[in-house]
Design a protein around this ligand. Structure first.
Ligand SMILES: [Zn+2]
Length: 156
């Protein structure tokens, strides 16, 4: 399966989403390949029927497009508030914390977009999926995204 979708974000940026197989999606924004770990599509869709998994995975990738401005504002906010943490923890640790916080928040935003598109269909899709890993996964992503953001901005 190799399906390509041309997409356009609400703020005008065009891109391409290629569904290469069940798990791997290639996303290009304005011609620039966007590499991000397919961790949500791997973990969160693992117990879904194939069609549902593909549909939600595709929407999730599009969600990354749609929420890019939010992700940029988030990272700018972190960079703007960086002085204190950067001074006290060193560059490498700071850069890793920043990257993890950014990725986690963007995953939350993209999946939030999926839910927001059709929350009734989303609930229906997951109604019969009993997977305790889901709860652990979202708790971890939420904790890392919001927790690290709070921690990085604290003490300014
Ligand atoms: Zn994602």
């Amino acid at each position: 399966m190799n399906e390509s979708h041309q997409v356009r974000a609400w703020y005008g940026l065009t891109g391409e989403i290629v569904v290469e197989n069940d798990l791997w999606h290639l996303v290009k924004m304005g011609g620039v390949p966007l590499n991000h770990p397919p961790i949500v599509n791997l973990i969160v869709r693992r117990k879904l029927p194939r069609q549902d998994a593909l549909r939600l995975s595709y929407l999730h990738e599009f969600g990354h497009f749609q929420t890019l401005p939010l992700a940029l504002v988030h990272i700018l906010l972190l960079l703007w508030g960086r002085r204190y943490r950067q001074r006290t923890m060193g560059w490498l640790k700071y850069a890793i914390a920043l990257a993890v916080a950014h990725q986690a928040v963007w995953e939350l935003a993209a999946e939030g977009y999926v839910v927001g598109q059709d929350s009734a269909a989303y609930r229906e899709t997951y109604r019969d999926v009993h997977d305790s890993l889901l709860l652990i996964f979202w708790a971890a992503v939420g904790g890392l995204g919001l927790g690290l953001t709070w921690w990085l901005l604290r003490g300014n």
